[in-house]
Write a protein that binds this ligand. Sequence first.
Ligand SMILES: CC1=C(CCC(=O)O)c2cc3nc(cc4[nH]c(cc5[nH]c(cc1n2)c(C)c5CCC(=O)O)c(CCC(=O)O)c4C)C(CCC(=O)O)=C3C
Ligand SMILES: [Fe+2]
Length: 336
Amino acid sequence: MHNAFLLLSFGGPEGPDDVMPFLRNVTRGRGIPDERLAAVAEHYAHFGGVSPINGQNRALLAAVQADFAEEGLELPAYWGNRNWHPMLADALAQMRDDGVTHAFAFVTSAYGSYSACRQYLDDIATARMAVGAGAPAISKLRHFHDDPGFVLPHADGVRAAHAKLGSPADTRLVFTAHSIPLSMARNAGPEGGLYEAQLRETAALVAAEAGLAGAWDLVWQSRSGPPSVPWLEPDINDHLEALAKQGCASVVVSPIGFVSDHLEIGWDLDIEAAATAENLGMRYARAATPGTDPRFVKMITRLIRERMDPSAERRSTALGRLDHWDACPTQCCGAR
Ligand SMILES: CC1=C(CCC(=O)O)c2cc3nc(cc4[nH]c(cc5[nH]c(cc1n2)c(C)c5CCC(=O)O)c(CCC(=O)O)c4C)C(CCC(=O)O)=C3C
Ligand SMILES: [Fe+2]
């Protein structure tokens, strides 16, 4: 068997001409209204049509390869996206041409749910079909929402953001994740509700690690879809208003739903939510995401080793109580 490593991510535009075709890839068949697409296209235009996500994935891939070298793990590395170049099917075709027969896939999402997990499995199946005979087998690495490699960098981000505000004692810690439709949230995981359950576990772990265990909320951002379809609420902006009404004057916002500071953070939090807080007279600081934190990079290497050697002590590092599994049960996350 010729093993490889595959970084599997969302993808993002890298110039103005990429924006609309990228958005059409993301929303194909999903009933996203044209007004929402136009609004999101403007968010990308604000940054010159360039999403930071591909650059962040290039940096992560380089850091992972450096860690493989340091750890003596000989594994060629590839990168493919769901929605924009380099596309997953092209990465799989390259692997086949290079003689790779199997790859461990690290998906840049820590959680369950259709959008964050199952859709990536569907993408893998579709890309393998497109490549046809000789396409490598792909093993998706497990969820890592409660791994110290994910939790500790988020907690450091919270501490640093809190310090930036002067560490006021009355600070409210507000965690955010991408909102998803309620129907998707109900279907998440083998028994439903997994997306929110994992996020709550991560939030509690990060808050405790950052020394703010008692004063946190979990809210949602970046809602899409038609207004008639219910999504997870409250939205971060509505929540900031509610907090201001309760007299809260200082917030740290930690986007635990994400692994890097991509555009949904750069726009929806750093511009939109920051403006909401300013209008409400609240002090606001946004916590960083793991990005290429060495603990996060080393976690990826560790997840691969764990999968390579089933006899080794497994999952000893998991900080939470929720279950982990290598292969999602077939009925997981509303699989078709
Ligand atoms: C759970 C979740 C994650 C976290 C897990 C993960 O990371 O995978 C995530 C990440 C991301 N979402 C991103 C961008 C977009 N998401 C959209 C639309 C949607 N997201 C959804 C869910 C999620 N999304 C859903 C249910 C939709 C509705 C359409 C559908 O059912 O699929 C749209 C369409 C326009 C709109 O916002 O309406 C865009 C442009 C980017 C890239 C940012 C950049 O460019 O830096 C990233 C990392
Ligand atoms: Fe999204």
